[in-house]
Ligand binder design. Structure first.
Ligand code: FBP
Length: 343
């Protein structure tokens, strides 16, 4: 029987490699893994229990809240509070920073999460996921927590990843040294290492974007799309278009096959010309993963992980995937920026 490595073993091995490690991270990760198993159980039998449809509430994003989204959010907050190593949490579903209840010990870690990504696909049994981003507080542990502790640049993440609830449940993450994939074996209830050291192909062959919004895009974004659809691109044939509408699912496919995911800025609402995806709980963790796997993530011009967040629910244009594909997009945006400068 091949050597089966569980995620807990993997994290303990990682902990051994960190001088002065306290075990705090392992305890946090154990609660995250337990939350994933509980949410996966609800997702797997969603059609049989009352977790489909809406709760009737509207969240801080102005979106109708899905029951499974609310359930996943509750499970994560409940379990993570009990890790005893957090000083704060933040969720896509909560307007403000979530305090750790007084009656639980606290630590120096901060976790930001999107409890259930791909909410438009929840009720139709299409892949959805949970996305997480982990930081260490910067201010002194004895002092009051500062918003700058939570609003750190993505490059300061100590770990990030996602859980994909699909034909199988997978956990993909990085603590900085490589990207690793674990598959949940329901028969033993353990996440087993199935995809060690994932590397995204340098050259992609797939583009993922909601072309339904093309009319609202700027000229650079349209130019980028026509590059991927042109037989004159580096691939010498049009890329294949794939769009599931769940960031985790589209990202995961491109991570393994190579390609580019794009959620560009658009002018549907001129007051909000920066696209849909949230910098702190969607773009930053996915950018961390793709970079550790050899890819790139930009907002058109700037590296996503270098963006200084101004507020918790800030949105950013997102171009992410195989290095050569993202570089093409960056060159198009930079050429336009140079042209404008010359004017
Ligand atoms: P949620 O986290 O609310 O699901 O929003 C994010 C998301 O669903 C992404 O997973 C996906 O890539 C995108 O929105 C789909 O948006 P659109 O329907 O506009 O293409």
């Amino acid at each position: 029987m091949s050597q089966q490595v569980t995620v807990t073993e993997h994290i303990l091995l990682h902990q051994k490699m960190i001088p002065g490690a306290t075990g705090q991270f392992t305890r946090l990760f154990n609660e995250l893994v337990l939350s994933a198993k509980i949410i996966a159980r609800a997702v797997n039998k969603a059609g049989l229990v009352d977790v489909l449809g809406f709760t009737g509430d509207i969240n801080v994003q102005g979106e109708e809240v899905k029951k499974l989204d609310e359930y996943a959010n509750r499970i994560l907050i409940h379990r993570l509070s009990r890790s005893g190593v957090l000083c704060a949490m933040a969720s896509e579903e909560n307007a403000d920073i979530i305090e750790v209840p007084e009656n639980f010990p606290r630590g120096d870690y901060i976790i930001i999460f999107d409890p259930l990504d791909g909410s438009s696909n929840i009720d139709v049994n299409v892949n959805i996921g949970t996305i997480f981003s982990i930081f260490k507080r910067r201010s002194n542990s004895d002092a009051a927590l500062l918003s700058s502790d939570v609003l750190q640049k993505g490059s300061e993440q100590v770990a990030a990843g996602y859980i994909l609830y699909g034909s199988s449940t997978m956990l993909i993450f990085s603590t900085g040294d490589g990207v690793h994939g674990f598959t949940l074996d329901p028969s033993v209830g353990e996440f087993i290492l199935s995809h060690p050291n994932i590397r995204i192909p340098e050259q992609g062959k797939i583009y993922s974007v909601n072309e339904g919004y093309e009319r609202y895009w700027d000229r650079d974004t349209k130019k980028a799309l026509s590059y991927f659809k042109s037989p004159k691109n580096a691939l010498r044939k049009p890329y294949s278009g794939r769009y599931i509408g769940s960031l985790v699912a589209d990202f995961h496919r491109n991570l393994l096959y190579g390609g580019i995911f794009m959620y560009p800025a658009d002018l549907r609402d001129p007051k909000k010309p920066w696209g849909k995806l949230r910098l702190t709980c969607e773009c930053n963790p996915m950018a961390f993963i793709v970079e550790k796997a050899g890819g790139l993530a930009i907002d058109g011009l700037k590296r996503i992980l270098d963006i200084e967040p101004e507020h918790l629910h800030q949105r950013a244009p997102f171009f992410c995937g195989s290095a050569k594909d993202v570089q093409v997009v960056q060159e198009i945006f930079e050429a336009e920026a140079r042209r404008k400068k010359k004017k």
